[in-house]
Design a protein around this ligand. Sequence first.
Ligand SMILES: Cc1cc2nc3c(=O)[nH]c(=O)nc-3n(C[C@H](O)[C@H](O)[C@H](O)COP(=O)(O)OP(=O)(O)OC[C@H]3O[C@@H](n4cnc5c(N)ncnc54)[C@H](O)[C@@H]3O)c2cc1C
Length: 356
Amino acid sequence: MTRVLEHVPLAPRTTLGVGGPARWLVRCAREADVLAAAELAHARGVPLLVLAGGSNLVVADEGVDAVVVSLELRGATFTDEADTARLDAGAGEPWDGVVAAAAQRGAAGIECLSGIPGLAGATPVQNVGAYGQEVSQTIERVRAIDPSTGAVHELHAEACGFGYRDSRFKREPGRLVVTSVRFRLPRRAPEAPSYAELARALGGRAAAPTLLDVREAVKELRRQKSMLAGGADENSRSCGSFFTNPVVDLATLATVESRAADPSLPRHPQPDGRVKLPAAWLIERAGLPRGARDGAVGLSTRHTLALVAHEGATAREVVRFARRVRATVEDRFGVRLVPEPVFWGFGSLDDGLPVG
Ligand SMILES: Cc1cc2nc3c(=O)[nH]c(=O)nc-3n(C[C@H](O)[C@H](O)[C@H](O)COP(=O)(O)OP(=O)(O)OC[C@H]3O[C@@H](n4cnc5c(N)ncnc54)[C@H](O)[C@@H]3O)c2cc1C
């Protein structure tokens, strides 16, 4: 019998630590629990929302009139096949533990994703990435339930519609609940790091690092930026990066260049001819340095892209500050930043950010 909880505070279940309760919450350790939760949502006439580790989520102060599925489908199994390892991870398995196990077994391809908070089933949702790796590079297939029909789908990577911090799961929230993810990981040493910052952190080991070397170097870099899963310093109440790096066309790039009047503007050409710009650089050059703050909400003192909710902050204040950051960058450079986290219970959104 699936247990249904009522009026469950969501703030402690998110890394940002703000927001109100869920009207109903169902802890789901089996796919059948997800289906039971979907039936409950249907019977009550409210939406079904999926909660994993709560590290990419902003919940409104009023909470949500919804059935929230808390994903607790555990398990991570490795099967060696020729020169690769097949990894099957339950959606509720803590992601960093999965990465640690892969590195220990000599399975490559996700070691640069060490130290990212959240659960394995959420990684395909925004195609989690860091230091040159994205899960879309190693995901073989995703198992997901359609809560409206109860049908179970096995989606191969091509059917997931992956993009930069994007997928069909993100574009169509609520359509599919991911219950497990299969990765195909080559059993080999890591490639030489493509990120200069990571190469520097590896020091003398950069030419031929082991998977465990890369994992430790990435975790240390994350610790220095207060971007490590389970961190507990003054910047730890965040969703990680609050905005994605904008990918702009050449006309917009020309505008940014002329307004910035700074040849050091970093830019990363994309295969489609557009250019990715670092949101952190734009925010700082627009006049908001690390640690900039409005009351209980501000930018991390160690990472410009992380918005931190200090003691006493409300979700409304987080959104107000995010709107200020976006408006400041837009006024200065003509580029509109897009938020990375998902917003629950806010009503209408304006280019991804709640209105008001
Ligand atoms: C300190 C810090 C550092 C971070 N660094 C990075 C980084 O380097 N790279 C990066 O990409 N992200 C990063 N993030 C963001 C975040 O950790 C990832 O996006 C993570 O995958 C979210 O997982 P979660 O389990 O917390 O998901 P949640 O926050 O619980 O959910 C996020 C969204 O995904 C949906 N969802 C979650 N699980 C499922 C599922 N099984 N089926 C369907 N929908 C689902 C939810 O409904 C919600 O819309 C960071 C966050 C923090 C706090």
